[in-house]
Design a protein around this ligand. Sequence first.
Ligand SMILES: Nc1nc2c(ncn2[C@@H]2O[C@H](COP(=O)(O)OP(=O)(O)OP(=O)(O)O)[C@@H](O)[C@H]2O)c(=O)[nH]1
Ligand SMILES: [Mg+2]
Length: 352
Amino acid sequence: MLTGEEVEDVALPVVLEKLNFSFSVEGLFLEILERRETLLSQIKEIRRTRALHRASRKRHGQLDDQRLATVAVVGYTNAGKSTLVSALSGADLYSDSRLFATLDTRLKSVVLPSGRKVLLGDTVGFISDLPVQLVKAFHATLEEAVEADLLVHLIDSTAPNIEEHRATVLQVLQQIGVSEEKLQNMIEVWNKIDYEEEMSADGEASSLWGDEGGGIASELSTGAEDVEINGFSGGSEGDFEETIDSEQDDYSDGWLLSGDDQEMVGDHWLKTLDERQGEASDDLGMEKDVQWQAQHGPHVKISATTGVGLQELLELIDERLKTQDEKLRKQNVVGRSFLIENGDPHVRRRLA
Ligand SMILES: Nc1nc2c(ncn2[C@@H]2O[C@H](COP(=O)(O)OP(=O)(O)OP(=O)(O)O)[C@@H](O)[C@H]2O)c(=O)[nH]1
Ligand SMILES: [Mg+2]
């Protein structure tokens, strides 16, 4: 009499043969290595292109004496970043409720209420307990966030563990080298308030937000358009549309690690996902979040899908950039007078 395992040993090859199924571990491994190499070289190319674009934008700004500021939308995965950038720019970016829907980042041109034109960038979503190896991979896609003049931190207000998401995002931003000053200046936005409003309308839990909110998306005067700077066109084929992997469905491939790396992070990664699911259904956690919400209000509450609060957000971006410009101008004046008083005589003569 055969044991269960012995039956499997004997039966499996027969079944596979009948199904005409062939499986080669070596083949799969080679395919994975090849895919990894391709992605790494794509990331390298993207970084190079981005550096050129940034230099170009700076040169352009200096020549015109009118800097084209960049605003990066950052946030936990699934917060609604792509939906928001699409709503503000009139572009149609890929959004999905799966994790890491966005692996590519794009810059879209948006006109603020004051008439000022800025570049708005979508970014890849963050996630808690990100293994170090993945943080490295994120660096390439997040350089735009480090370089941005202003950050908009989008938070999914319906998530059961907002505080954890918020802390994770701040931690990752610090890890990738975003300055303390930029973090202080970051605009914090709660998204998906329509969800709460829907619940209130149904007579369920009362809304956390009151009844404030801005206009609807169609009322926005964003004047969104594709970017064109120094000959670079931001249309769908343009260089500003920087894509890591155009096969969006293939999202998991971007995070393939080497065998050793996988061993190191695998257990931890799976464990934290499980833990997070546990936390999501934890009533105490919910209560903590509500307390946290009461203490740390956002700067703006919006719904990227209905457009509520978007006008208010644009006005805030406008205001922050203006304040930043004034601060920079003051610093430049101070620096200039310092050089005139103490600097090299040649420089002094030129500045005076
Ligand atoms: N109810 C509601 N759903 C929203 C809102 N904004 C986004 N969503 C939904 O939330 C899901 C995630 O949206 P995305 O824009 O892909 O989120 P993301 O932050 O770009 O996600 P990643 O790219 O994975 O980081 C999608 O199903 C959106 O339709 C909103 O204001 N209200
Ligand atoms: Mg996205």
